[in-house]
Design a protein around this ligand. Structure first.
Ligand SMILES: [Fe+2]
Ligand SMILES: [Fe+2]
Length: 268
């Protein structure tokens, strides 16, 4: 059981933090009138979705927020970040002359993500966490190959895994509200994953063989990164039970099975 004297490195290890902890002097005064030293460390949660280019915020909440609230806050942040990601995608698809059904589906997905963000925000608030601020740098025009690479990484890999994870949580979470929210989100995410693959098929048809190879290389790399993220994810046991998130070992196995199905040979 940690006490006030437990060194922060020990606490970080128990939490599964992978980034070095940072120390800073807090704004509040301690009992002796001096400034309180604060320590910040981060444990990686596994949550997946479509991150827009230029995403500057990470969904982290203040130190001391209950772990379950912090997890839902991060999920809410990612859902909220997916809104501008899909809005931009819809505009770009239209500008690149993509079929109207893809443009319409991307606009519909942006609306889904608004609902997802608010469902996750209410879970975060219920568990003592505020909605994190979302900061995205202004978008610049980009080429079709840049769009296709982002879609392959964020959509075909990460959102597809996100759909699987949402379905997993909808079945495994101990908390009824979590199960209910994720059961609504999971089919939407599955549709978003299918949309990613439909956009991928259309974009690849428009691109040169060299550009196509760049998209495939980015996709392969994204599977590797996702496998690493899954393997290094860590949650206190109670948080895993309530949220229904799989252990690092199970998550890694799910990533590997999905990659084997969708891009055989991507993972050694
Ligand atoms: Fe979502
Ligand atoms: Fe989504």
């Amino acid at each position: 059981m940690p006490t006030q004297d437990t060194p922060c490195e020990e606490l970080c290890e128990a939490l599964g933090a992978t980034t070095p902890c940072s120390r800073f002097m807090g704004p509040e005064a301690g009992e002796d009138g001096g400034l309180l030293e604060k320590v910040k460390c981060e444990a990686p949660f596994l949550c997946e979705g479509r991150r827009p280019e230029g995403l500057c915020s990470d969904g982290a909440v203040a130190t001391g927020t209950p772990a379950l609230g912090a997890l839902f806050a991060r999920m809410a942040h990612l859902e909220a970040a997916s809104v501008p990601a899909f809005e931009r995608l819809a505009d770009e698809l239209a500008a690149h002359g993509a079929p109207e059904r893809l443009v319409r589906a991307a606009r519909r997905a942006a609306k889904d993500e608004v609902r997802h963000a608010s469902a996750m925000e209410s879970l975060a608030q219920r568990h003592g966490a505020p909605m994190p601020e979302l900061t995205v740098a202004p978008f610049q025009p980009r080429t079709l190959v840049a769009l296709a690479i982002e879609n392959a990484v964020e959509g075909c890999v990460r959102e597809t895994f996100g759909a699987l994870l949402a379905g997993w949580q909808a079945r495994s979470a101990e908390d009824a509200q979590v199960r209910e929210s994720l059961a609504t989100i999971a089919p939407d995410e599955l549709r978003h994953a299918e949309l990613s693959w439909a956009i991928d098929a259309w974009a690849l048809e428009q691109l040169s063989p060299e550009a196509r190879e760049r998209v495939e290389a980015a996709r392969r790399e994204a599977w590797r990164e996702l496998e690493q993220d899954a393997a290094s994810s860590h949650l206190p046991e109670a948080v895993a039970r309530v949220s229904g998130l799989p252990s690092a070992e199970v998550a890694r196995g799910l990533v590997r099975e999905l990659a084997l199905e969708l891009m055989p040979g991507a993972l050694a």
